[in-house]
Design a protein around this ligand. Structure first.
Ligand SMILES: Cc1cc2nc3c(=O)[nH]c(=O)nc-3n(C[C@H](O)[C@H](O)[C@H](O)COP(=O)(O)OP(=O)(O)OC[C@H]3O[C@@H](n4cnc5c(N)ncnc54)[C@H](O)[C@@H]3O)c2cc1C
Length: 326
């Protein structure tokens, strides 16, 4: 079966990888000049289904708990299994209790345990929640590694031009926010983020700082770089970060540690998270095309489960003579 995957973000690349593993003849087409220039390139890369349950439905945990294993198998060495630390400033301490009530898989840490885990946060917070089972990766590096693996496997990438879809038995549309207005009920949720660089602080894992209006997270990227994210705005505007969002993200980073006040701002950006009304992703069929969309805040977390679902459907359609074990 010849399959065309449209879109080389996290959805398209994971689908391509999964189909390749099952022996399908796959071509990927991407309208940009390289992979990961959509929402996927702005992601924090947190594989954090227990934390996400604070605001997400149960399937996010059920479908996302094995994501770190999938990524480790696909791009060995890219997954960091160091958990997530969740803290709140003194005036927002009630937020921690609320977060604990809405989630599972955590343990309480006191100040000494926080200092042991993240020495640079010593003395800054009296207690924290630690989600030991969670992991993270660097989205851009992980997608580059996945692409390199696919190229090594001789998968065809077509950048820029749209191919003749009639040449393919199946088209899998993974074009994310580009389908807003075309796929029923799909909407955009703008996420702004920034990068700072400072040698003054070291973190080993994502740290979430709770706040009633502006919760943020900081993900260490190595070599003194930190990703700070992210806003959640109901909008399809993918223009640059606003001054207000920049101030809010930087203020929160400064609250986490004053060393961020001296950091260099090295990059900013905004991506559009594609989302359905229930904020859960779907594999759906429209006019003969299979769509993988609605990954919302959970592209890296839930794309592997969506890719497995696509593979299940295509294997079921395939003639017995075409099947081979992966
Ligand atoms: C600031 C921010 C932080 C985030 N943090 C996390 C996180 O920590 N963990 C997590 O799991 N998720 C996170 N997410 C969510 C995640 O990034 C998204 O869910 C995910 O990127 C959506 O992936 P996608 O492949 O559907 O879309 P995209 O990444 O947007 O990819 C779609 C691709 O399709 C291409 N395309 C569009 N039209 C066409 C066409 N006609 N033909 C060919 N190609 C086309 C586009 O150029 C693009 O490359 C975050 C998102 C944002 C914005």
């Amino acid at each position: 079966m010849r399959v065309l995957v449209k879109g080389a973000g996290v959805a398209g690349l994971t689908v391509a990888w999964q189909l390749y593993r099952h022996g399908f003849d796959v071509t990927i087409t991407e309208r940009a000049e390289k992979v990961g220039l959509g929402a996927s390139g702005f992601a924090g890369g947190m594989l954090a289904p227990w934390c996400e349950r604070e605001s997400a439905e149960e399937p996010v945990l059920a479908l996302g708990r094995s994501a770190a294993d999938w990524w480790e198998a696909a791009v060995p060495g890219h997954v960091k299994r160091r958990g997530t630390l969740v803290v709140a400033a003194g005036r927002d301490a009630a937020e921690l209790d609320r977060f604990a009530r809405r989630t599972s898989g955590w343990e309480w840490l006191d100040g000494a345990a926080i200092a042991e885990l993240e020495p640079d946060l010593a003395g800054r917070f009296p207690k924290a929640l630690f989600f030991r089972q969670e992991a993270h990766l660097d989205p851009q590096r992980a997608l580059s590694a996945l692409t390199a693996g696919l190229e090594e496997a001789r998968m065809r990438f077509l950048f820029g031009a749209g191919p003749d879809v009639a040449r393919y038995d199946r088209v899998i549309d993974c074009t994310g926010a580009a389908r807003i207005g075309q796929l029923p009920d799909l909407r955009g949720v703008r996420g702004e983020m920034l990068y700072v660089e400072t040698p003054e602080i070291n973190l080993s894992r994502p740290v979430r700082l709770l706040h009633p209006r502006h919760p943020i997270y900081i993900v260490p990227r190595g070599r003194n770089r930190f990703m700070v994210g992210a806003t959640m705005i109901e909008s399809t505007d993918d223009g640059g970060i606003t001054a207000r969002s920049l101030m809010e993200l930087l203020n929160a980073a400064y609250t986490l540690h004053p060393a961020f006040g001296e950091a260099r701002l090295t990059d900013t950006g905004a991506g559009i998270r594609p989302a359905f009304p229930d904020n859960l992703p779907r594999v759906s069929e429209h006019d003969g095309t299979l769509h993988v969309n609605g990954l919302y805040r959970h592209g890296f977390l839930l794309a592997p489960a969506m890719a497995a679902e696509v593979a299940r459907r295509l294997l079921a359609e395939q003639a017995p003579s075409e099947r081979r074990a992966s």
